[in-house]
Write a protein that binds this ligand. Structure first.
Ligand code: N01
Length: 502
């Protein structure tokens, strides 16, 4: 029957999927769920690892948790009444991702250990070919790129790194076998990952040396465990959990006023941050080292109650001298001191595709996306790129929220992609390709709005390219992003039908 024919076709690599999804993290799985709801069943998810979970599979460092409350950092269509804390840890979030696979029966769609090496559009038939590094080629009428904007660990470009003989661990590639007990350990970086790792490591190690290049804004974290009663109420009366989610959404939405634009609320936030620093760090010298020198919101705001206390533990040392180079046994700072350590933890972030792509992507006429993005990535509504028809990028250019849950944005992207793919299938299109002038106009507007934001106010961050181009963030409220994504305007696209009897 059909099933046997499909199996044979899949095996031979001739099967053409209606949609191929790259990545089995939140975005990939969420898209699969919504595509199926829209009647698109001929789909596969290509996952590079042997397990689902994306970010939450990879980021299992000690202390890993999300800084958005779980009731908001979850899918609106799959509430979990049983979150154990207001801000759940990485393991629990990964558990939630696994439950999505089970509850929505996604297991059979996932093809593991399919690490994408190249993606190319075959124009004559209107088919995307996805090559994986085991030599397989997958064919699909549409592609969802859900491989994550922060998926590839980045080691800093510090002189002598290759000479270091001790243990190296990146936050996103934790080595759970390594025993930190009694060790001398360095942490490079003081971003969102570092401030979660440091309080945990300081409990285990003999000496912890924290290398800070830029002090961040740190805010208190309203983290508490949830009661059994509230879990029962959420399970029995789902509207109560919905109401909590709504309230959290609007609370975060209002933070845009402090985070995105410079306003009296920003200054109020800065005063709050300084008061928090003062309340947690009595020593004036240390406070001076930790005081941020850029506008609140310019870089990601960090939330932690135990980061500042950890830095003041006796076995912890905050080092603010710039790193000169790395040597065989440790790290040398610019004033010439060599800090000998057994292990260096790199909490130095990710290779962000803000001016490139995680794998080569070739569109119409062989054009290559990374080349077009060299001076900064651009897309239409963050999800489509002209010349790359039927391709949907999750968390593509200028989709980043600085103040609200990424999953709220993700659901908008998923809904938009599903509309596009339904159009391709219903109208039997070879190409649904955004018009270049529409994309250019959209971007001119986005960049104009970005110029007025805190992100573009002069600090250096992973949001910006070397030249200071912001290809990462969406300059507005989540409600504005939702309004943008809620409109699927077919006139913005060039439609090329499949030729019948060609
Ligand atoms: O990475 P980062 P991250 N020499 O790029 C420093 C999300 N996230 O993994 O600020 C010395 O933010 C660098 O210093 P500087 C979240 O969106 C969320 O922490 O560039 N230092 C910085 O301190 C976040 O924004 C959660 O001067 C060097 C650090 O390394 C994003 O992921 C948790 C250096 C890198 O910080 C990335 O966060 C974790 C060098 N050569 C992550 N190179 C939560 O939800 C880099 N640094 C809680």
């Amino acid at each position: 029957g059909t099933a046997t024919r499909r199996k044979a076709a899949e095996k031979s690599g001739e099967h053409v999927y209606d949609t191929l999804i790259i990545g089995a993290g939140f975005a990939g799985l969420g898209t699969a769920i919504k595509l199926r709801e829209a009647g698109v069943h001929n789909i596969a998810i290509l996952e590079r690892a042997a397990e689902v979970g994306g970010t939450w599979r990879d980021n299992q460092y000690p202390g890993a948790a999300c800084d958005i409350p779980s009731n908001l950092y979850s899918f609106s269509f799959a509430p979990n009444p049983n979150w154990s804390r207001s801000y759940s840890g990485s393991k629990e979030i990964l558990g939630y991702v696994h439950s999505l696979v089970n509850d929505f029966g996604l297991g059979s769609l996932i093809q593991y250990q399919q690490n994408v090496s190249r993606v190319e559009f075959e124009e004559a038939q209107g088919i995307w070919m996805i090559h994986t590094d085991n030599g397989k080629v997958w064919k699909g009428k549409a592609v969802i790129m859900a491989s994550g904007p922060l998926a590839n660990a980045s080691f800093p470009n510090i002189r002598g790194l290759e000479n270091y003989k001790g243990k190296k661990i990146h936050s996103a590639q934790w080595d759970h076998e390594y025993d930190f007990t009694g060790k001398r350990v360095a942490v490079i970086g003081t971003g969102a990952s570092a401030i979660q790792i440091i309080p945990e490591l300081v409990k285990k190690v003999d000496v912890l040396k924290v290398f800070q290049r830029t002090p961040a804004w740190v805010m208190p974290r309203p983290d508490f465990s949830t009661s059994d009663l509230s879990k029962k109420v959420f399970a029995k009366l789902p509207f109560t959990q919905k109401a909590v989610r709504e309230a959290l959404y609007w609370a975060h939405e209002s933070m845009a006023l402090a985070v995105i634009w410079s306003s009296p609320v920003t200054r109020l936030g800065e005063r709050l941050g300084q008061a928090f620093l003062k309340s947690q760090v009595p020593d004036p010298w240390m406070r001076r080292q930790l005081k941020p020198d850029y506008k609140l919101g310019c870089k990601r705001i960090l939330v932690s109650n135990d980061y500042y206390p950890a830095l003041q533990k006796e076995n912890c040392e905050l080092i603010t001298w710039p790193i000169a180079n790395i040597v065989e046994k440790g790290i040398r700072t610019s004033e010439g001191i060599e800090h000998r350590v057994d292990c260096i933890v790199f909490a130095t972030g990710f290779d962000v595709p803000k001016s490139g792509t995680p794998y080569p992507i070739h569109g119409v006429g062989g054009r290559e996306l990374a080349k077009e993005w060299q001076r900064g990535a651009q897309a239409y509504k963050s999800i489509n790129v002209s010349g790359y028809p039927n391709l949907y990028i999750m968390f593509g250019p200028n989709s980043g929220p600085g103040h609200n849950s990424a999953l709220v944005y993700m659901e908008q992207q998923i809904a938009y992609a599903v509309k596009g793919i339904r159009t391709i299938l219903d109208s039997n299109l070879k190409m649904l390709d955004v018009k270049p002038d529409v994309q250019a106009k959209h971007n001119a507007n986005i960049q104009k709005r970005l110029a007025k934001t805190n992100w573009n106010s002069g600090c250096k961050s992973w949001y910006l390219t070397e030249d200071g181009f912001n290809a990462t963030m969406f300059p507005g409220f989540a409600t504005q992003y939702a309004a943008q994504m809620g409109q699927f305007d077919l006139k913005a696209y060039r439609q090329v039908p499949v030729e019948v009897n060609a």
